[in-house]
Design a protein around this ligand. Structure first.
Ligand code: ATP
Length: 221
C-alpha cells in the first residue's frame, strides 16, 4: 500500500543551471524509507548534481529538498555519502583508519578521544571492508579499489539512516563488488539507499526502484 509508506526525502520541483546551461529540469522525486533506489542515466545527465543537491552541497536554482522522520519534517538526517572516487584528494596526509573515523558524527580531531564504542565501530568497519591490515597506511598509497573501500567504510561507520553512493563499483574488483552488493542488501534492511550506477547489472536485482536522469527524471521501475 504505497500511501502508508514512510516518506523520507522529497525533492520538489528542483531545477539546476550552471551559468545558463540547464543541468536538471523540474525534478520531483519522493524517496521512501524502505527504498533502495538506483539512479541511472548517461554521462553528464545530472546524477551527481542531484545527489549533491540532496546532500545540501549544491543549492538548486529552483525548488527544494525536504527530509522527514516518522512523518514529520526533519532538519537533518544522518546521511552517509560515498562520493565518486575522483573527487577525493588522495595527497591529503591521512590514514585509512583516520578516514573511517572521520565518518563518525561530530568527528573529533584527536582520535584517542573517541569512545570505546566508536573505536569498536571503526574496528568492525575496517574488518568488514577488508582493510584491517591497511589501517595505518596513508590514503595516497592505496589502490583505487582500496580507497573506494575506505570511503565506503567512512560512509557506513555511523550507521546512517540514508546511504548515498555515487558509482560505488567503479574501482573495486569483481570479488569485492559481489561482497559489496551483499553488504548493501543487508544495509538496505535498516537504511534508505540511493545509488548512482551507469550499468544496470546486479544492483538492479536488489533495488526496488530505478530512475533515469537525463536533465529530467523518468521512473523506470
Ligand atoms: N561546477 C560545475 N560548473 C559547471 N558545470 C558543471 C559543474 N558541475 C557539473 N557540471 C555540468 O553539469 C552536467 C551534469 O553533471 P553531473 O556530474 O551531475 O552528471 P552525471 O550524470 O553525474 O555524469 P557522470 O555519469 O559523467 O558522472 C554536466 O554537463 C557537467 O559538465
Amino acid at each position: 500500500m504505497p500511501l502508508l509508506r514512510n516518506k523520507i526525502i522529497e525533492v520538489a520541483d528542483v531545477s539546476l543551471r550552471y551559468e545558463r546551461l540547464p543541468v536538471l529540469t523540474d525534478i520531483d522525486l519522493t524517496v521512501f524509507k524502505d527504498d533502495f533506489l538506483v539512479i541511472t542515466g548517461p554521462n553528464g545527465g545530472g546524477k551527481t548534481s542531484l545527489l549533491r543537491i540532496i546532500l545540501g552541497l549544491q543549492l538548486p536554482s529552483r525548488g527544494a529538498v525536504h527530509f522527514y522522520r516518522e512523518g514529520q519534517l526533519a532538519h537533518n538526517l544522518n546521511i552517509g555519502y560515498l562520493p565518486q572516487k575522483n573527487v577525493i584528494d588522495s595527497r591529503f596526509p591521512i590514514t585509512v583508519s583516520e578516514v573511517v573515523f572521520s565518518g563518525l558524527s561530530g568527528s573529533k580531531k584527536i582520535f584517542s578521544r573517541f569512545t570505546e564504542k566508536e573505536q569498536e565501530q571503526v574496528e568492525k568497519m575496517l574488518l568488514l571492508m577488508g582493510l584491517a591490515e591497511l589501517r595505518d597506511r596513508p590514503i595516497g598509497q592505496l589502490s583505487g579499489g582500496q580507497l573506494q573501500r575506505t570511503l565506503l567504510g567512512r560512509a557506513l561507520v555511523s550507521d546512517p539512516e540514508i546511504l548515498i553512493l555515487d558509482e560505488p563499483s567503479s574501482y573495486v574488483d569483481k570479488a569485492f563488488e559481489t561482497r559489496m552488493y551483499d553488504l548493501l542488501g543487508e544495509v538496505a534492511k535498516k537504511a534508505t539507499i540511493l545509488l548512482v550506477s551507469h550499468e544496470l547489472s546486479r544492483v538492479t536485482e536488489i533495488a526496488n526502484r530505478v530512475v533515469r536522469i537525463n536533465k529530467t527524471l523518468e521512473e523506470i521501475r
